[in-house]
Write a protein that binds this ligand. Structure first.
Ligand code: SF4
Length: 414
């Protein structure tokens, strides 16, 4: 059971009938979750009955049995399958390769030889699809590189029979010619923007389908902002917050999720963190070191994530994993940094998360723990990211607890 939320007059768990689980209060309900992430909502009185030990004819037995919460009716095969599907053994490989085309705050751009080595390295990383994210602030100076990488990776994809997806993240909008090239090669455009005040028409550049949005808008503008993004063609957005503003952000976030669910069927727009957290698959969490992201510096350095590369600029290159051209993908497994990142990524390895109901859904990127708390392992319950994940999961599970929104949310996630 969980120390992270409480239930009044909670009886001791019946030893032979109650299976291992964590619980959390979500509004009028008690969420009970097993280690594999199977869950059920109960009323507080049902939960107390469950803890006391259910009678053999109790109508609750079926519901709790499906969620793996009854010790005397535990389905080991189902629990094993569930854990295998969500555990590291099912990890398909790093899904996003971020290529930084020029140095932060400088005009030094990657050279063509390095770009070729980066693409060669990326194709040695296992996974069903190669997903390249090309990032640059200097569109004009890096355009030749974009052109080369897209053509070369496309050709390599044909040789290797692997689908290749591209995202271009530039600071300024592409010219007409550039936009035509990107469209012809099915390169998705991603942009980073601030949502502040009321929505403004024309904020989203033409053709942008993905966005990272830093929120400073009041919560009562959330629906209008979601409409604005969806009408401009944005299908996938990562809502983020400046560190000091979490309370206001969460109100905005909850209202934005409600609006996205309402729009379903008319305009499709999804929030990336919500999808990653609810999937229970850590490699779907945006920006997670190695599991969902690897990052390549203009000089060919390989980093565990884009944040790890940013930190290297401040002299902390603990998460530099190698160098394209001399490091093989197989070498990464031997690197102490990779082992430390993987061990720290799994919340089941985190003693301080062991009593959290969201342990099966949550993971904090080690680079973020390093940046915020000075430790790769992190001190999760006292970190900003832990508070954010817990609050976002509260918002999402509150919607899963209500029949009307649960259906919409499940459809939205599929
Ligand atoms: S980091 Fe995640 S799993 Fe750990 S306590 Fe916080 S919300 Fe729970």
């Amino acid at each position: 059971m969980s120390r992270l939320s409480e239930i009044a007059r909670c009886p001791a768990a019946h030893k032979r009938s109650v299976g291992p689980h964590q619980f959390r209060r979500i509004g009028d309900y008690v969420l009970a979750v097993d280690d594999a992430g199977r869950f059920v909502f109960l009323s507080p009185s049902e939960y107390r009955d469950f803890l006391k030990g259910l009678k053999p004819d109790s109508p609750l037995r079926e519901k709790l049995g499906h969620a793996g919460l009854l010790r005397d009716a535990f389905d080991f095969d189902d629990a094993a399958q569930c854990s295998a599907e969500r555990g590291l053994l099912a990890w398909p490989g790093t899904s996003v390769h971020v290529i930084r085309l020029e140095k932060y705050g400088s005009r030094d751009v990657m050279d063509l030889g390095t770009a070729r080595k980066v693409v060669d390295f990326v194709f040695t990383v296992p996974g069903p699809c190669v997903n390249l994210r090309l990032c640059a602030e200097l569109t004009k100076q890096t355009w030749g590189l974009v052109w080369f990488i897209v053509q070369y990776a496309r050709r390599k994809g044909e040789w290797h029979k692997r689908p290749v997806a591209f995202t271009w993240m530039g600071q300024s909008a592409p010219s007409v010619e550039q936009a035509e090239f990107l469209a012809a090669h099915k390169v998705d455009l991603r942009t980073e923007m601030w949502l502040s005040g009321k929505p403004k028409k024309g904020l989203v550049p033409m053709g942008v389908r993905r966005a990272t949005a830093l929120v400073q808008a009041p919560a009562n503008q959330a629906a209008a902002w979601v409409d604005c993004l969806a009408e401009a063609g944005v299908e996938s957005v990562l809502l983020a917050t400046p560190p000091s503003d979490t309370g206001a952000f969460l109100e905005f976030y909850a209202a934005a999720i409600d609006r996205m669910l309402q729009l379903q069927g008319r305009l499709e727009i999804r929030e990336e963190r919500a999808l990653g957290l609810l999937s229970g698959r850590r490699w779907l969490l945006p920006g997670h070191d190695l599991l969902s992201e690897l990052c390549y510096a203009p000089d060919g350095g390989i980093y565990s994530s884009e944040l790890a590369l940013v930190m290297a600029g401040d002299g902390k290159d603990l998460l530099k994993l190698g160098q394209v051209g001399s490091t093989r993908y197989e070498d990464l497994a031997k690197s102490p940094a990779v082992r430390a990142v993987l061990a720290a990524s799994l919340s089941e390895n985190q003693p301080m998360c062991s009593q959290c109901a969201y342990r099966a859904f949550c993971a904090i990127p080690p680079s973020e723990s390093l940046a915020a708390q000075g430790t790769l392992w992190g001190r999760h319950p006292s970190s900003e990211r832990c508070s954010l994940h817990m609050a976002i999961l509260d918002i999402l599970f509150a919607r899963l607890a209500r029949t009307e929104s649960a259906e919409a949310l499940r459809a939205w996630m599929s």
